[in-house]
Design a binder for this molecule. Structure first.
Ligand code: MSP
Length: 646
């Protein structure tokens, strides 16, 4: 039996969490549930990252002690995970003694073995990111991660010898292609941080006090990222429990650290080096997922554009919100959140496809068989095809989940649900009833019920209430998770002769227009032929003002990768001055992803964000094309990203 140790980042309790935070945790939860359903030994850790200058300042501003300030928010975070039915095995707070005393021992050991030394730090610090920067790493004088002001700090500090381990880390990354995923993030780490060379890291601060004291020099507090990253092992009892057959031996190394893309650097450079210095094996994988964004911008309290998951769950129900988070965005890419998209998912997939399948089926079982599901007679070709598809769906779910393609796994289950709806139309039980063909009718009704039971089992890693509601309506008193995914996902287990219990619709349709008062968009009237666009030979002229509306800017390609499932599209991570964006471009036939990294290109910067194959594109690049040739438009010499093109 395998084991699976999965972690989320530990959250800063500086504000209540928004839907973007819930995203990471819901994905980790689906993965943990999936591995449990395969019978694996699973440990799922989450928690809160409570120290540091940012929290101290927030507490001061709120007129509270840091501890009182974080206690309140941590309670809210715990209630949120309860509301979302997150199945974490532990919740670690970095202010708990079980963590702080272990961090002190880790720090002491690194110091004793010469990996930490005392010196003076003079440099730059971004407090919102709690990150040190070098002058050369800034973008327009601002933090390259969040675009905010950095502060000059000069203080006596302890340093951690990152540089000593840089070659070993590079060798590890190269020898273990799965260590950093997706591959674009790996390239970014290599090109932007490892290749230019690692500096030793400042790992203590003296200008504020909200942190874990350095055990042998109490005026220093331990750098919050060193404190925070070690949660992944202190929660398992390291160092005390190492070698004692407890949680640490059972679960370390982690199978998966799920993190947002902006903190991949801490998890794939600083964290592995800490582990190397401690002589511990490295996590098997760090996966940097994209952000849920609103109107092209990241959600953040300071922008005032946060979406409260509690409100959404109250309004639409837990499984609808979980389904949206897990299904809408291909995992890894940035995705756009909009309430309209959420409602669309509920209405199409959940209400129409799944809800209707159950409703139609139970209505027919009631009408044609007195509410008792008949035993199947012999299966015909229609059933054979559906059963084959059902078996294949279980395989697809496993294949996708093993690659963290959570959205694709759900898409496969909903393809089966769609197929089942089609089966009903083809098998036409109403005609069989009319003809009095009881045997064939029994087979068809049984098949309809069984495909629903099986789909409900397949949905158990993702949805936490609906599968049990479906089972109850099918007249089953068992728990849909009871047999696990593989045994429960096998065809033919519904006990014929069971009386169904048709209930309320699973997901009532939502009237979006009514909800918002928004007017239905009217289709544009068809253009009369005479008014067709002028022929290509005479392009319509525009004024300078019209042209000036288009903002063209130079962008630097930080990472590029092929978009799975297409042979045309590339996903580019680009930087325009202090801002990073993702652009999806149809240039895969003309450029290899590797040759684009580091290039300066020209993009339309104020184009409305759009989704291509479900992936957010925040701009469009310019290219010249002539028949089957295509060439990117690039500045003739390096001008720096962010520069305007006019
Ligand atoms: N405390 C650090 C993590 C330390 S781990 C040793 C931290 N905390 S955080 O609260 O700022 O962010 C926690 C996680 O939420 C990060 O992975 C971050 O990427 C994720 N998200 C925050 N906003 C998000 C979106 N809008 N969309 C998706 N994920 C987002 O970083």
């Amino acid at each position: 039996m395998g084991k699976f140790y999965v972690t989320t980042p530990i959250y800063y309790p500086s504000d209540n969490l928004h839907i973007g935070h819930a995203y990471t945790t819901v994905v980790a939860d689906a993965l943990a549930r999936y591995h449990r359903l395969l019978g694996e030994d699973v440990y799922f850790l989450t928690g809160t990252d409570e120290h540091g200058q940012k929290i101290q300042r927030r507490a001061e501003a709120a007129g509270k002690t840091p501890q009182a300030f974080v206690d309140e928010i941590v309670d809210n975070i715990k209630s949120l995970w309860k509301l979302l039915k997150i199945s974490n095995d532990d919740f670690i707070r970095t202010t708990e003694p079980r963590h702080t005393e272990k961090v002190q021992r880790i720090f002491q050991r690194l110091y004793d073995q010469g990996d930490i030394y005392k010196s003076e730090y003079e440099g730059l610090y971004c407090t919102p990111c709690e990150a040190f920067w070098l002058e050369r790493q800034l973008v327009d004088g601002k933090c390259p991660d969040c675009g905010r002001e950095v502060e000059k700090v000069r203080e006596e500090s302890y340093f951690f010898r990152l540089s000593k381990y840089a070659d070993r880390l590079m060798a590890h990354i190269e020898a273990n292609p799965d260590f950093i995923q997706p591959v674009s993030r790996k390239n970014e780490m290599i090109n932007n941080f490892l290749r230019p060379g690692l500096e030793d890291l400042c790992v203590s601060r003296t200008t504020f006090s909200w942190g874990i004291p350095v055990p042998f020099d109490q005026k220093h507090v331990i750098y919050v990222w060193l404190d925070a990253l070690t949660n992944y092992i202190t929660a398992l009892g390291y160092p005390d429990e190492a070698g004692k057959g407890g949680l640490f031996d059972r679960f370390w190394p982690a199978d998966l650290h799920l993190v947002g893309k902006e903190i991949v650097r801490f998890h794939t450079i600083i964290w592995p080096i800490i582990l190397m210095a401690l002589g511990l094996p490295l996590p098997k994988q760090v996966f940097g997922h994209g952000w849920l964004v609103l109107d092209g911008g990241k959600m953040s309290k300071s922008k005032g554009n946060v979406i409260d998951p509690v409100v959404l769950v109250e309004k639409y129900g837990l499984d609808a919100v979980r389904y949206f988070l897990l299904r809408e965005v291909p995992f890894g890419a940035d995705g756009v959140y909009s309430e309209e998209a959420l409602v669309l998912r509920i209405n199409t997939d959940l209400a129409n496809d799944l809800g209707n399948l159950l409703h139609r089926t139970l209505s027919m079982v009631e009408k044609f068989a007195g509410g008792v599901v008949p035993a199947p007679g012999g299966y015909g070709p229609l059933e054979e095809a559906l059963i084959a598809e059902a078996n294949l769906t279980l395989e697809k779910v496993q294949k996708h989940m093993d690659k963290l393609e959570v959205s694709d796994a759900l898409a496969a289950i909903f393809a089966l649900i769609g197929r089942a709806n089609k089966y009903i139309d083809e098998a036409a039980p109403w005609s069989l009833n009319k003809q009095g063909n009881r045997e064939r009718l029994g087979t068809v009704l049984y098949t309809m019920v069984e495909v629903i039971r099986l789909s409900a089992v397949l949905l158990t890693p993702f949805l936490v209430e609906t599968p049990a509601r479906i089972f109850a309506q099918l007249g089953l008193d068992t728990d849909p998770t009871a047999q696990g995914l593989v045994a429960g996902g096998k065809w033919g287990q519904y006990p014929a002769g069971t009386k169904v219990r048709k209930g309320d619709p699973l997901f009532p349709r939502i009237e979006w227009e009514k909800e918002t008062g928004a007017e239905k968009e009217k289709p544009a009237p068809a253009q009369p032929q005479e008014k067709a666009a002028p022929p290509a030979a005479e392009p319509e002229q525009i004024t300078y003002e019209e042209f000036a509306k288009i903002q063209l800017r130079v962008a630097k390609v930080l990472a590029a990768e092929r978009l799975e499932g297409t042979d045309k599209l590339l996903r580019l991570q680009v930087r325009l001055g202090s801002e990073e964006r993702q652009i999806v471009a149809g240039i895969a036939k003309y450029y290899q992803p590797e040759e684009l990294v580091g290039k300066e290109i020209v993009v339309v910067a104020n184009l409305k964000p759009a989704k291509l194959r479900g992936v957010l594109s925040q701009g469009m690049l310019l290219a010249a094309s002539n028949g089957d040739q295509l060439a990117l438009v690039v500045p003739e010499k390096t001008v720096g990203d962010g520069a305007e093109v006019r």
